[in-house]
Design a protein around this ligand. Sequence first.
Ligand code: GDP
Ligand code: K
Ligand code: MG
Length: 264
Amino acid sequence: MSSIALLGNPNTGKTSLFNTLTSSYEYVGNWAGVTVEKKVGDLKNGAGTLIDLPGIYSLHPLSRDEGVATQYLLEESPEALVNIVDASQLERNLLLTVQLLEYGRPTVIGLNMIDVAKARGIKVHPDVLQTRLGINVLPLVARTGKGTSQVLSMLENSANIPAVTFKLDYGIIVEQAVSSIEQELSHIADLPDHRWVALQFLEQNPVIMQFLKDRTDINQLLAIRENCQNELQNKKLALTLPQWIRSIRTDYIRSICKDALDTS
Ligand code: GDP
Ligand code: K
Ligand code: MG
């Protein structure tokens, strides 16, 4: 039995998809520290459970409620992720997608709101998106259930979902800091993908910071981050380290959208 996490921006159709993929569900109390209810359902094909996480625009939380998704990814180890993406707001949605792909677990994209995109004259090419991101992209209209059976059969056996090979190059300065942090992390048990943790730490994600503080002496990590920030500044870059990481991601996303979208 595997557990699969459902993640995406707010109002992208997560609950609609959740309801079509699961036969029954229950609220298993609240997420730790917040008033958001935790919803877990049984997949209709009996392959495991699906967890509906609160909608977020980024893994870097702006509120405690938003921190739930990052905390979940740190503490649990889902066999696979389903990332629901609003096809009519592709560029904005892919920011979370990049952060989820860096997490390194098998991932499927449910490309939802295809009808809305079409009505707005936006044509999305799922095949281009699939090639560029290196994972399966399944077009959906979650409200009517169109395409959802393909998602279900994909989840039949999460071992069949291709591994994520996605890797963005953040430039030599940041990549060196990532390597140093990865080394520091190697003595901490039960951590998810070290590159993902390192990048989230460099971005100053407060949930990651607290998680690491509870498990290690964080001073060495802070020194690496400060050094990295100084080196960026020595290059006379007007960006902070988190801004730099974000700009690499948004440049990459723009280049994907150029190929994957036709607007008329
Ligand atoms: P969540 O906030 O991500 O859980 O999204 P919901 O499942 O609650 O959906 C938000 C709204 O979008 C609801 O009114 C849904 O009926 C609607 N919705 C979900 N999927 C689709 C879709 O593919 N097309 C259209 N037109 N509406 C959708
Ligand atoms: K909603
Ligand atoms: Mg919802």
